[in-house]
Design a protein around this ligand. Structure first.
Ligand code: TXA
Ligand code: MG
Length: 308
């Protein structure tokens, strides 16, 4: 059910959960001071209680009230990349940031999103906690229809159109005198070099990931996904790129152009959701893609989607 910004604000202030647009993916929002609504977010998504939520705010000064200590270059990163698809993990004052938001960790993830509606709303609502608006494990929602598909036609959604990035925020964490990437996302690692002087490493895939969310199955449609660099001739359905030639007689669903990773990122979850809508049970993905820039995020999402 589509709601206006004013209705969304009223619902949030009354302790309800509302889906909101951001430039990355849609989020399932609750006010940070509404613990019952936050508990409901976990319930609605089927999200493990060990997976913390990102705190979305309107301005850097709002974060200062929560944080114990800012690592070097924090303000430079914030100035260059906010508002935008960056989440920064920071040590927080545990008495001020509710435990349920942090899943018991001594840190909080913070982001100033960049979508006109959420920017306007955050100024009125104060900080909102917001995971992606999808059932846990499934592809994220990049438009209001996706949200209604997962949570029902009556679920309140502020419709902000199709998400511009289509991939979640990149998560940075300061560790051992360096910034590292806890989750690949809509900002490519190379982009941080201008601010940091180096390209942060992805430290997210280990046994003990920085972001607990990396542990869980994610982004997965019902279809079996096979990742292939070549020999797609046995495929029934192929996920591929517009300029490439594929074996005759195959159904090809295009992710976009091989020269436009941002466009592929924007389409990715929509295409994964389309597989379920069409009851496709097996798909082969053309993984002959460059190992740089946003392709790294796209590859990581496809690998996770393919995991059983
Ligand atoms: O683009 C995005 O970040 C979207 C939009 C709605 O803002 N949100 C999003 O939230 O992707 P979610 O809940 O789907 O993913 C949040 C990730 C999880 O992997 C979680 O483990 C990690 O952020 N995270 C949150 N707080 C953390 C913390 N204090 N320490 C480490 N990881 C944290
Ligand atoms: Mg998510």
């Amino acid at each position: 059910m589509r709601v206006t910004l004013k209705e969304a604000l009223n619902l949030l202030q009354n302790g309800e959960v509302v889906a909101l647009p951001t430039e990355t993916v849609y989020g399932l929002a609750a006010a940070i001071n509404q613990p019952q609504a936050i508990r409901n977010i976990y319930k609605l998504k089927g999200r493990p209680s060990t997976n913390p939520l990102i705190i979305h705010v309107d301005a850097i000064k709002t974060i200062e009230a929560y944080v114990q200590e800012f690592p070097p270059k924090f303000y430079d990163l914030a100035e260059v990349f906010w508002p935008g698809p960056l989440t920064i993990i920071l040590p927080v004052n545990e008495e001020i940031v509710p435990e349920i938001v942090r899943a018991g960790l001594p840190t909080g993830g913070f982001r100033i999103p960049n979508h006109p509606l959420i920017r306007e709303l955050l100024k009125l609502s104060g900080p909102l906690v917001m995971p992606s608006a999808n059932l846990s494990g499934k592809p994220s929602a990049t438009d209001a229809d996706h949200v209604e598909h997962d949570f029902g036609i009556e679920f309140p959604v502020l419709d902000g159109g199709s998400a511009a990035k289509g991939l979640e925020s990149t998560i940075l964490f300061y560790q051992g005198e360096h910034w590292v990437i806890g989750r690949m996302g809509a900002i490519e690692p190379e982009a941080f070099a201008a601010v940091l002087g180096y390209r942060p490493e992805f430290a997210g895939a280990s046994d003990k990931p920085i972001c607990p969310g990396q542990h869980f199955r994610h982004y997965a449609p019902k279809a079996e996904i096979l990742l292939k660099k070549e020999e797609l001739d046995q495929a029934k359905v192929i996920l591929g790129y517009r300029e490439r030639r594929y074996p005759e007689g195959k159904r090809v669903i295009f992710l976009g152009s091989k020269d436009d990773p941002a466009g592929v990122g924007e389409n990715l979850y929509r295409v994964l959701r389309q597989l379920d809508q069409e009851h496709i049970d097996e798909v082969w993905v053309d993984m002959d893609i460059p190992a740089k820039g946003l392709w790294g995020t796209i590859e990581e999402r496809l690998r996770r989607a393919a995991k059983k």
